[in-house]
Design a protein around this ligand. Structure first.
Ligand SMILES: Nc1ncnc2c1ncn2[C@@H]1O[C@H](COP(=O)(O)OP(=O)(O)O)[C@@H](O)[C@H]1O
Ligand SMILES: [Mg+2]
Length: 324
């Protein structure tokens, strides 16, 4: 296999809180393959958004430790100076947020914001040519009457339209890596389905790698090539989507899958009994041991390493060979 676009090793992120040090990422190991879509899944509080924040180096002010290796096409992202990192954002690395209003500026039209994105890549391009390119991209993401939308302000568009406009802007940046953090969570089910269909359709136009963060395993299985399951600030299982879904190696992946299949009533997903670990006082052994139906004495005492399995897979469970 080619060298991955991004190679993350032993990534640690800690922050100060009133209750003590929050251990948000506790040694994340992960590869993002070139031209591949990686789904990052896990319950809320597992560290998914924090991982994206490390890749963009947009970190909250209370961070006390950021260590490990994030090699992006051979460049150590953690060592880039702030000006270089800022220049990478929106060019080499672009982001689609859960709430497009956090990314779109309410006081500028969609057209002006799209022209800005285009000119970051192509500074000399005349405004009229940039607007034409923006219009083409809005049409590509299935926004009706795209010329007129260019003069609209974000609040004049529906939630689904805004999400499409943000996807259009991210694609215009032509990034090597596109990060999408729960891009459909804020939308209703019909619009969510449309956006998923759109992302699927756009796959073939986009040469870069995509990281799709979601707590919805079904969505990820549909769209992604690879999967990383996060829990308690760690990657507990990773590998190509199909074999991971067909036969999970980690009990946490298995529990997440069971939630997708089961229903929690009122059309909601079922949930795994128990709570995600408190990052201020994480369990000393396996992060999942307190909720794991298969935990043994060793699991509570000794954290399992992420170990390679067959088919390019890896799992962090002491016993995956025995039960999977
Ligand atoms: N700046 C911070 N200070 C303290 N704790 C934080 C901070 N950012 C995130 N956390 C905690 O880290 C854990 C992971 O958060 P997050 O990355 O948002 O998870 P996810 O995106 O998977 O829901 C949560 O317990 C969250 O409360
Ligand atoms: Mg999140």
């Amino acid at each position: 296999m080619d060298a991955p676009l991004v190679r993350i090793r032993d990534l640690v992120l800690e922050a100060a809180t009133a209750r003590g040090t929050a251990r948000i990422l506790r040694g994340v190991d992960l590869d993002i393959g070139r031209g591949r879509i990686l789904g990052v899944v896990g319950e809320s509080g597992s560290g998914k958004s924090s991982l994206a924040a490390c890749l963009l180096r947009l970190l909250p002010g209370n961070v006390t430790r950021l260590s490990g290796e994030v090699a992006f096409d051979g460049t150590d992202l953690l060592a880039l100076d702030p000006a270089a990192m800022a220049a990478w954002r929106g060019t080499r690395i672009a982001m689609i947020f859960q709430d497009p209003m956090t990314a779109l500026n309410p006081v500028f039209t969609i057209g002006t914001q799209m022209v800005d994105v285009i000119r970051r890549r192509d500074p000399g391009l005349p405004r009229a040519a940039a607007l034409d390119r923006a219009e083409t991209m809005l049409r590509r993401v299935a926004i009706a009457d795209p010329r007129a939308r260019l003069s609209a302000y974000p609040h004049q568009l529906s939630g689904g339209m805004r999400q499409r406009a943000m996807i259009a802007m991210a694609l215009l940046a032509g990034p090597d890596l596109l990060l999408a953090d729960e891009p459909t969570t804020a939308l209703d089910a019909t619009v969510e389905a449309q956006i998923v269909a759109l992302l699927e359709e756009l796959r073939s136009d986009f040469a870069g790698s995509i990281v799709l963060i979601s707590h919805h395993l079904g969505l990820v299985a549909q769209l992604c090539d690879d999967l990383a399951v996060m829990y308690g600030g760690r990657v507990v299982e990773t590998g190509p989507v199909a074999p991971v879904i067909a036969a999970p190696r980690h009990p946490y992946t298995r529990a997440l899958l069971a939630c997708e299949i089961g229903e929690g009533g009122e059309g909601r997903l079922a949930s795994i009994p128990g709570d995600v670990p408190d990052p201020v006082a994480p369990p000393p052994g396996c992060v999942f041991a307190p909720r794991c139906p298969r935990a043994e004495a060793r699991c509570a005492a000794e954290p399992p390493a992420l170990r390679a399995a067959s088919e390019g897979r890896a799992a962090a469970c002491h016993f995956f060979e025995e039960w999977s």
